[in-house]
Design a protein around this ligand. Structure first.
Ligand SMILES: CCCCCCCCCC/C=C/CC(=O)SCCNC(=O)CCNC(=O)[C@H](O)C(C)(C)COP(=O)(O)OP(=O)(O)OC[C@H]1O[C@@H](n2cnc3c(N)ncnc32)[C@H](O)[C@@H]1OP(=O)(O)O
Length: 244
């Protein structure tokens, strides 16, 4: 099991992304480890997505390093040879949703206050093509398009209805259910499951691998624009105001 632990809201900072990638690599290289459940140890939050402070007021070099780390984590989770189950035990916007979408199966706590989705448009930013491709592969083109254009965050019941999560279970049963799903998936021979997973996911993975440097350049150019920086600052202010 891998538990995201970066209070208060599990923002995906460069440090957390780097630790996450190292832990995944260790598990991937451990032949005895055939599956991983990804969850959070922060109450009510799976992950608040990418750490917005990493994308605000920093240097081009920093944005480059940060985006490479975001790409890396997606490539590792999405193309993992292990069975990956997301036990979504709290809200999961944007980058947090991407991690869940990149797993093989998603189980969410059935709490209507928890929400999940790719809400980038609400921040005035654009989900890159590989976020979009991952989303489309889970929910289909029409639902993904509407949800992405509106930057929707879906309540747990709504997310289940749309197919964004596979199952809802009472909060106290989440880990038990995740373990049961893992056992079901691990009952199959690894090689057949792994080859099938690769067949389904390879085109999307290959697309980023082929355009990785171009994608970093696009990100750095986009995020450095003063208009985008202003949107991000306003969004952070809104988060702080909402609190007080
Ligand atoms: C065509 C050109 C293409 C170019 C390609 C460009 C590609 C750019 C794409 C970039 C992709 C970005 C994806 C992302 O993940 S962006 C992040 C999106 N995340 C969010 O919108 C979530 C925001 N947070 C919340 O909604 C809430 O915090 C919460 C998760 C629901 C939790 O609510 P709660 O009430 O419990 O907690 P608070 O809101 O009080 O938050 C506690 C403190 O944490 C700070 N915070 C929250 N989220 C983030 C975050 N993502 N990054 C950094 N900091 C965050 C919040 O401000 C509070 O701080 P404070 O205690 O100092 O006030």
């Amino acid at each position: 099991m891998m538990k995201l632990k970066s209070p208060p809201v599990n923002s995906l900072s460069l440090e957390l992304l780097t630790e996450f990638a190292i832990s995944l690599e260790k598990l991937e290289n451990n032949r005895a480890c055939r599956g991983v459940i990804i969850t959070s140890s922060v109450p009510k939050i799976f992950s608040s997505g990418l750490d917005i402070t990493e994308m605000c007021g920093k240097s081009m070099e920093h944005y480059t390093e940060f985006w490479r780390a975001v790409q890396e984590i997606w490539l590792r989770v999405y193309s993992s040879s292990m069975v990956t189950v997301a036990a979504v035990n709290g809200s999961s916007p944007a980058g947090g949703c991407l991690i869940a979408l990149s797993c093989d199966y998603r189980i969410m706590a059935e709490n209507p206050k928890f929400s999940i989705g790719l809400n980038e448009a609400q921040l005035g930013i654009v989900a890159p093509f590989w976020f979009k491709d991952t989303f489309v592969n889970v929910v289909g083109h029409r639902i993904a398009e509407r949800s992405l254009q509106l930057g929707s965050l879906h309540s747990a019941p709504e997310a289940h209805k749309l197919g964004l999560v596979d199952e809802l279970v009472p909060e106290e049963k989440l880990m038990e259910k995740a373990a049961a799903v893992m056992a079901q998936w691990l009952a199959l021979p690894d090689h057949a499951r792994q080859l099938t997973k690769t067949m389904m996911r390879k085109p999307v993975v290959d697309r980023l691998v082929a355009h990785r440097e171009e994608d970093i350049k696009n990100f750095v150019t986009f995020i450095s624009k003063e208009s985008i920086q202003k949107s991000l600052r306003m969004y952070m202010e809104m988060l702080k105001k909402r609190k007080s």
